[in-house]
Design a protein around this ligand. Structure first.
Ligand code: KG4
Ligand code: ZN
Length: 350
C-alpha cells in the first residue's frame, strides 16, 4: 500500500505545470487566525480573524491566549473560507500552512489542523516559511512579477532586505541585529501611552506632528545594510523620560513623527543602497509595517527619484493573512517543493 507521503508526491508532481487548481492555506503564527483559498496567484477567498481586541488590554500579544483563540476559531474559519470561495474540500488540490517563524503554540494550532486535514483528505501539504509568505503577497498584487527583485520585509517579528533571485533563492542583504521595526513601533507607542498595536497608532499621531527631535541612527557611515531598532527605541525612551523629569511639556505627535521619520528613513536609505549595489531595479514591500503610509510614500518617492520600481501590495496583504501563504505554496510547488511529512513540526525561530 502506498504511504501518505508517496501519494502526496504523486499528487504534487501532477500539479507542477498547472495554475488552475485550488490551495487551502492556513496562517496562525501570531495573533491573526487566517484561512484562504487561492488559485495560482489569485485570491479566491481570504478570511482573517484578528485577535487585536483581545490582546489590547495586555498591551501586546499573550502567546497562550493567542493559541487558545486560534484553536477556537480555526475550524469555523475554514468552513467560512471554503464557503466564501464556493468550493468544498473535494475541490482542493493541496493544503499550505505557516510552520515558522512565530509563536510556538500559535503555529502548532495551524500545523496540527492542516496536517490532520491534509491526511484525512489525502492531500499534499506544503510547509511555508512566514517570511516567504510575506514576500509572496507581491505576486498577488503584481501577478506578472518575476524575480529578481529586492524585497523590503518589515514586520512585527522581522526586518530584512532580501535579494530575491528566485523564490527559493533569497539572499539576506541586511537584517536587524536586535528589535524588528514593527516591534520598535509597538514599544514606542507604549512609551507614548498609545494602545497596541503601536504601528497604526504612531502613524495616526505622527500625521499631526513634526520631526523636531533628532533621533540617532545606528552604524552611521558604516557600509552595512543592517538595522538596529533597539537603539532608536532607547533614544526615544530617553528623550521622553528626560522631558518628563524636567517637567517639560511635549507633543506626543511630534515624538511619534520624529520616531516614524527616522524608522522610515533608515528603511528607505538601506533599500535604495541595496538597489545600487545589486543593480536590481524592482523593490517589493512586504510585512505589517508595509501598511505604513509614510513608508509607502517615502519608498515610492525614492524610487521615482533614483529610477527603481516600487511595488506596494494593498495594506490588507501587508499584514498577516493566509492568501500570501497559499500563493507562496503555489510558487514552491512550481519550483519542485517536496510535500511535508506528517512529522512536520512548528519551528518558532525558522
Ligand atoms: O506582518 P505582521 O502583521 O505580523 C508579523 O509577522 O509580525 O506585522 C505586525 C506589525 C506590528 O508590529 C504592527 O505595529 C505593525 O506591523 N504595523 C504597522 C502599521 N500597521 C501594522 N507599523 C507601522 N505603521 C502601520 N500602519
Ligand atoms: Zn507577519
Amino acid at each position: 500500500m502506498k504511504s501518505y507521503l508517496d501519494i502526496s508526491k504523486e499528487k504534487l508532481d501532477a500539479l507542477r505545470q498547472r495554475d488552475d487548481y485550488y490551495i487551502l492555506a492556513f496562517e496562525s503564527s501570531c495573533d491573526e487566525t487566517a484561512v484562504s483559498v487561492t488559485k495560482g496567484r489569485e485570491i479566491v477567498s481570504n478570511i482573517v480573524s484578528s485577535q487585536i481586541e483581545i490582546h489590547r488590554r495586555f498591551g501586546g500579544v499573550v502567546p497562550e491566549i493567542a493559541s487558545r483563540n486560534h484553536a477556537l476559531q480555526i475550524d469555523s474559519l475554514t468552513k467560512e473560507a471554503l464557503d466564501a470561495a464556493s468550493v468544498g474540500l473535494k475541490d482542493i488540490s493541496a493544503v499550505a500552512v505557516t510552520y515558522g517563524a512565530g509563536l510556538l503554540g500559535a503555529l502548532l494550532v495551524g500545523v496540527s489542523y492542516a496536517k490532520a486535514l491534509a491526511y484525512g483528505a489525502s492531500l499534499p501539504l506544503i510547509a511555508v516559511n512566514h517570511i516567504k509568505g510575506h514576500v509572496a503577497a507581491n505576486f498577488i498584487s503584481s501577478p506578472r512579477l518575476q524575480p529578481p527583485f529586492i524585497a523590503l520585509l518589515a514586520s512585527g517579528g522581522h526586518t530584512y532586505i532580501l535579494a530575491v533571485r528566485t523564490f527559493d533563492d533569497m539572499e539576506v542583504l541586511g537584517s536587524t541585529l536586535d528589535d524588528a521595526v514593527g516591534e520598535a513601533f509597538d514599544k514606542a507607542a507604549r512609551v507614548l501611552g498609545l494602545p497596541y498595536p503601536g504601528g497604526p497608532e504612531i502613524e495616526r499621531a505622527a500625521k499631526c506632528g513634526k520631526p523636531v527631535y533628532k533621533l540617532p541612527r545606528a552604524f552611521k557611515g558604516d557600509k552595512r545594510l543592517d538595522f538596529s531598532f533597539s537603539g532608536l527605541k532607547t533614544a526615544l525612551i530617553n528623550t521622553v523620560h528626560g522631558m518628563k523629569q524636567r517637567g517639560e511639556e511635549f507633543s506626543v505627535a511630534d515624538v511619534a513623527c520624529s520616531f516614524q521619520t527616522e524608522a522610515v528613513g533608515v528603511l528607505v536609505d538601506h533599500t535604495a543602497e541595496a538597489v545600487r549595489r545589486t543593480g536590481i531595479k524592482t523593490v517589493a514591500l512586504a510585512g505589517g509595517v508595509g501598511a505604513n503610509g509614510a513608508l509607502r510614500e517615502a519608498l515610492s518617492l525614492r524610487g521615482a527619484v533614483e529610477g527603481f520600481d516600487v511595488l506596494l501590495p494593498p495594506k490588507s496583504l501587508c499584514t498577516d493573512n493566509a492568501a500570501m501563504i497559499g500563493v507562496a505554496a503555489y510558487e514552491m510547488i512550481r519550483l519542485g517543493a517536496a510535500p511535508a511529512p506528517l512529522s512536520l513540526d512548528a519551528d518558532p525561530s525558522l
